[in-house]
Design a protein. Structure first.
Length: 273
């Protein structure tokens, strides 16, 4: 899941942050941390001069993340957090992503709360906490956290995509399309890019309606190529309402585009799972 803030309430979340900020946090996380074990020394006791290219704990964790060794990554992010006296919002956020990749959503939520506790304006962490609620199918909560992330940093396209997907899961399709359009107006390549800061985005969404409304959003923006791509995906997943396509004002904007005409004349056969 790419590559994504909910509403146990920012203030209620502070109580959970306190738990994972304590020396016994490793036991709460259940990730194999040993709270009695100090952070690895950066130099040998017999070598007073530090080694010039010694990796930091965070860098080691980043390497483990790149290798998809998420448990080891979480271990080193936690050690790095201890070095920072649990004050680094970026490290809390990275720890949350590592836990989320492990499927440890409760631990991820507490880590993201730690990030927003350390920096209430860390929009990526608000968004990411929303993705945890989304994965738990608590769509209403996820919407509240995505909205908060947008309030803090409205120019982030990924936040709008996530909010749109949450709306679609609630059956609020016009609102979903509005968010997809907002995302594409900010960054037309949002679904193909990843944030260096650490933003989770629901690119694994696979519903027929998601593809159809993404096609509408691209068509409305004049991006016929991507509109055809998503409309094809919708058809492959079982979308068959030709009349709806013909009458839709967004699709009329690309009605003369050759690939669109070809798609309607020769629609793909639905792929059965």
């Amino acid at each position: 899941m790419k590559t994504l803030i909910r509403c146990a309430g920012p203030f209620a979340a502070m109580l959970m942050v306190a738990a994972i900020s304590s020396p016994d946090a490793a036991q709460v996380h259940g990730s194999g941390f040993n709270p009695q074990e100090g952070a690895p020394a950066l130099g040998s006791p017999t070598s007073p001069t530090p080694q010039p290219h010694m990796l930091t704990l965070e860098q080691r964790a980043d390497i483990f993340m790149a290798r998809k060794n998420y448990a080891d990554a979480a271990d080193y992010y936690y050690r790095a957090l201890r070095q920072s006296s649990f004050k680094s919002a970026v490290l809390w956020n990275k720890l949350g992503i590592a836990f989320q990749e492990e499927g440890k959503f409760h631990n991820a939520q507490k880590a993201y709360s730690g990030a927003t506790r350390a920096d209430k304006n860390f929009a990526e962490a608000w968004n990411n906490e929303g993705t945890v609620y989304f994965m738990e199918k608590k769509y209403g909560r996820s919407v509240k956290y995505y909205k908060h992330a947008i309030d803090v940093k409205g120019e982030n396209a990924a936040f709008h995509i996530n909010l749109g997907i949450a709306y679609s899961r609630e059956g609020k399709y016009p609102a979903a399309v509005q968010e997809y359009r907002a995302a594409l107006s900010i960054n037309p390549n949002v679904l193909a890019e990843e944030s260096a800061v650490g933003t989770v985005i629901h690119t694994s969404e696979s519903s027929v309606k998601f593809y159809f409304y993404m096609a509408k959003a691209f068509a409305a923006s004049g991006d016929a190529e991507d509109a055809v791509h998503y409309l094809r995906r919708a058809m492959e997943d079982g979308f068959t309402d030709r009349k709806r396509i013909d009458e839709d004002p967004d699709f009329k904007k690309i009605s003369q585009y050759p690939a669109f005409v070809e798609l309607l004349q020769n629609p793909p056969v639905a792929i059965k799972n």
